[in-house]
Design a protein. Structure first.
Lengths: 164, 416
């Protein structure tokens, strides 16, 4: 699957500029994804493509429009050396899988990679890179297909109980 | 083993000892939504099967990013939220009060020991009152609206001890920019930053808010100041709160400790395009500026406006620069109005707008053309944050902003 490569500290203003936050539909937000930063993204991205980035991907604003713009673009997986906290959780909640990979920098733009979710590996030109497992309580949300689906089946929650 | 302030808050609210690193489903005291993130949160709440919010009095709603509505789509978002508020019995501050974070603070809606979430990253500002407050996305907010609780990973803390007296025309904004430079844009990811020491004890709530507001710029989950007499005095006339002991234990475990002495600190400026790219003002004096913005949740309070007015004195702003001044809230606006600051600014050539996020949001007004330079007292200088991705944004204190607005170029406030 084709890789769209980005650098460090890609903020949520870069993913979706503030002036488009009046929209809430992923398909509409996708028209403006990375506008001004990478103008060929919106027109060129295909379903199943993967975003790969450096450190601190998704820093800044808590706007969920950012992962939604990527969902609307057909992105299901983001690989980065590290993620900003709010974006990471938003991505999981809306059904994008954020994978931490310390060697993400070795994957170039346009690369064709294979992600093996069960083995926690990424294959690129015969090389194999490890991805870090998602924390347990988020794995349940991923398994449910996002937080909305997870919460729809919940009648109530027990507060102050722990989780791993 | 002792506990940090954050561990104490979660232990208090959970009724058992909770340590950093644990994941707990914790009760939320209050949840804030605004015109940008609110519509999605409400939609998610409904899709989760939510019918009644966990507690209508626990939901804070207001509009501040695009007010008054600047497009039909923005107006529709606000109309949708008004209807939800009416259906649910939620009090809606609507467009009347100002920037969400300032309003939460001045209405006394974030008290020591409380857990507050907001669908906005700068929610961390309420740590200034000794609350644990953090920004979340709209789906997490939908969950909170339904259940009144959320999974939290209890963050480790970084302790920042600050000593010394600020030099003339140097203050909290310069300190937090210097701290951001040192910790870095992701240096506190998933952590809380505690601000303590004699300088913080002597600092007013306005400065504490400026510090905690920018914790997110280091990736932090929260910023927090131990509540003291200054905190409890702030609540007088706002809300009756019972003091709680939230001082960190001397043997609490930290991920890191930093000490600062501000007595030699110079005015600091964050240069494009990251908040941790910070230099002393001396390094960038003379940089041409097209627009100066004094406002935002970081620096739009009365004290900030007074600081700018003191630098301005009876002079006028350079006619080569557009000066936009926006008080953070209606209360702050009234204070500035009564003190004569608004008249002073308007006479000097500034545009004074009604309380809102203004150019900081980069979506409403005050946008930049390619090649233009903005100097702003707000919190983010990301590429494209205030308009064109080919424009530049510098961040600074109200004093530096006012001094620079006098000359149309970045200017050291100690030299005007």
């Amino acid at each position: 699957m084709r890789v769209w490569k980005f650098g460090d500290n890609i903020d949520t203003d870069a993913i979706i500029p503030g002036r488009y936050l009046i929209h809430n539909d992923p398909a509409v937000l996708a028209l403006y994804a990375f506008e001004g930063i990478r103008n060929e993204f919106a027109g060129g991205v295909r379903k199943g493509d993967i975003v790969v980035a450096g450190r601190n991907f998704g820093c800044g604003s808590s706007r969920e429009h950012a992962p939604l713009a990527l969902i609307g673009s057909g992105i299901g997986i983001i690989i980065a050396r590290s993620f900003a906290r709010i974006f990471y959780r938003n991505a999981v909640n809306v059904g994008i899988l954020p994978l931490v990979c310390q060697r993400a920098d070795e994957i170039p733009d346009g690369a064709d990679i294979t992600v093996n979710l069960n083995q926690h590996t990424i294959e690129y030109r015969g090389k194999e890179f490890l991805t870090e497992p998602v924390p347990g309580f988020l794995q349940d949300i991923i398994n449910a297909g996002g937080l909305v689906a997870y919460a729809r089946d919940l009648e109530e929650v027990q507060t102050c109980t722990g989780s791993q | 083993m002792g506990a940090t302030i954050v561990e104490k808050i979660f232990s208090l609210r959970c009724g058992r000892k909770v340590r950093a690193g644990e994941v707990v489903m914790a009760p939320v005291d209050r949840a804030m939504i605004h015109d940008i993130t609110g519509p999605l949160a409400i939609r998610n709440f409904s899709e989760m099967g939510g019918e009644k919010v966990f507690d209508p009095r626990g939901v804070i709603m207001l509009f501040d990013h695009q007010v008054p509505a600047d497009s039909i789509a923005a107006a529709e978002n606000q109309a949708f939220m008004r209807m939800f508020a009416k259906d649910q019995g939620i009090f809606n501050y609507d467009v009347h009060e100002g920037i969400c974070h300032q309003v939460v603070m001045e209405k006394g809606l974030a008290a020591p020991g409380e857990i507050i979430v907001g669908a906005d990253s700068h929610t961390c500002m309420y740590g200034a009152s000794g609350a644990f407050a953090t920004g979340i996305g709209s789906t997490d907010m939908g969950f909170v609206l339904k259940f009144g609780s959320l999974y939290f990973r209890i963050p480790e803390s970084i302790r920042t001890e600050v000593s010394g007296k600020f030099p003339w025309r140097v203050g909290a904004k310069d300190l937090i920019l210097a701290i951001t430079r040192d910790i870095g844009a992701d240096g506190a990811t998933y952590q809380a930053i505690e601000f303590a020491g004699e300088t913080i004890s002597g600092m007013g709530m306005d400065g504490r808010m400026t510090l905690c507001n920018m914790a997110i710029e280091m990736g932090a989950k929260a910023g927090i100041v131990p509540p003291d007499m200054t905190t409890y005095r702030y609540f007088e006339g706002r809300r009756a709160v019972t003091p709680v002991d939230l001082t960190s234990d001397p043997d609490a475990e930290y991920d890191g400790r930093r000490t600062y002495d501000v007595s030699e600190l110079s005015p600091q400026v964050a240069i494009p395009h990251n908040v941790d790219q910070v230099v002393p003002v001396e390094d960038v004096t003379g940089t041409r500026v097209d627009q100066v913005f004094i406002g935002s949740c970081t620096n739009g309070r009365f004290e900030d406006l007074a600081e700018a007015a003191e630098v301005l004195s009876d002079r006028i702003f350079s006619d080569s620069v557009r000066v936009i001044i926006i008080p953070a809230s209606r209360d702050e606006y009234l204070k500035a109005l009564r003190a004569g600051l608004i008249e002073r600014f308007v006479s000097a050539g500034a545009l004074v707008e009604a309380p809102c996020c203004g150019p900081c949001m980069g979506g409403a007004f005050g946008l930049l053309a390619p090649g233009e330079v903005s100097l702003s007292t707000s919190n983010r200088n990301f590429r494209g944050r205030q308009g064109s991705t080919e424009a530049s944004v510098y961040l600074c204190s109200p004093a530096t902003a006012a001094a620079s607005a006098l000359y149309g170029q970045i200017t050291d406030p100690r030299e005007v």
